[in-house]
Design a protein around this ligand. Structure first.
Ligand SMILES: [Zn+2]
Ligand SMILES: [Zn+2]
Length: 291
């Protein structure tokens, strides 16, 4: 019985661990499907409200842009998860333990500056930024490029989807700012369960809401990481008010995205080797907190 309970607990734990990825994947594909529908059918809620017909070329361009962003989100996410940022496979010996090195009792090894132990990944991570709960992976030296590119395309995709969904809001609010229309936008689930709206109207209201909320959340996260990128800082260094590794904007970009930084964000398959090794970093400022 105890072993059965342990097996059930492990299965529940594993499912919970993967829930954020499953939920996000579902949302990304639902939003893309809904926006494709808006482009192709051009009638969000009522068939008689068609605007000027879009040309097939214009529709193709929209669909191409959507699937370009979707492919970039998925591909960058896969490469982000599959690229281990840990110290495994990194040669930490060389010229020995220098200034800023620490000893990790969990990994039983000396670790370089900017490296820290992740208790979720159970390993030390080079140039560790933070542990991303949505993907169950640490953001570190080797996979930071994929993380930022994924965030960039999520942000642009949600901006695009929010603009495309503006018509859904207009159609819902066309009946006037009534209790019904406001409740449909604020609590679409309750309106569906209580039988106040059709499943069709619910789906559009829910996705339009998700686009707006998702866009606001991803914007905050994206601009925070852009701010850190420009300062050559990790989230952990920002917490401790230290930025001794700032190399200037262009060099920070090169050390994050690699030698082909100006192009590689367009496609995760464009090779762009990183200039450093994730172990040694040029110190340009004080290692002490600045405030
Ligand atoms: Zn460790
Ligand atoms: Zn981690």
């Amino acid at each position: 019985m105890t072993s059965f309970a342990a097996t059930v607990f492990r299965k529940v734990e594993s499912t919970c661990y993967h829930l954020p990825v499953i939920f996000n994947t579902f949302l990304v594909f639902s939003i893309t499907g809904e926006v494709s529908y808006l482009v192709l059918v051009e009638a969000p809620l009522q068939a008689d409200q068609k605007r000027t017909e879009w040309s097939s070329r214009w529709k193709s361009m929209h669909l191409l842009a959507q699937y370009f962003m979707l492919c970039n989100i998925c591909w960058n996410a896969v490469l982000f998860v599959r690229t281990s940022p840990s110290i495994k496979g990194a040669f930490l010996g060389g010229d020995g333990v220098g200034h800023g090195w620490r000893y990790c009792y969990a990994c039983e090894t000396h670790t370089p500056p900017r490296c820290s132990h992740c208790y979720d990944c159970k390993v030390c991570v080079l140039r560790r930024d933070h542990h991303c709960v949505f993907f169950g992976q640490c953001v570190g030296f080797r996979n930071y490029r994929y993380f930022l590119s994924c965030l960039l395309f999520m942000w642009s995709g949600l901006l695009y989807a929010t603009l495309m969904n503006a018509e859904v809001f207009i159609v819902i609010l066309k009946e006037g700012v009534t209790v019904h229309s406001v409740l449909l936008l604020l609590i679409p689930w309750v309106m569906l369960i209580s039988g106040q709206v059709s499943a069709h109207a619910f789906a559009f209201a829910f996705i339009a809401d998700t686009c707006v909320v998702g866009f606001l959340l991803v914007s905050a996260f994206f601009f925070f990481h852009l701010f850190l990128l420009f300062r050559g800082q990790t989230t952990r260094e920002w917490y401790s008010s230290r930025r001794p590794y700032n190399l200037g904007l262009l060099e920070n970009l090169r050390h994050t995205f690699g030698s082909c930084w100006y192009l590689c964000w367009l496609c995760p398959l464009i090779p762009s080797p990183l200039p450093g090794d994730g172990i040694h970093f040029q110190v340009t400022g004080s290692l002490e907190p600045t405030r």
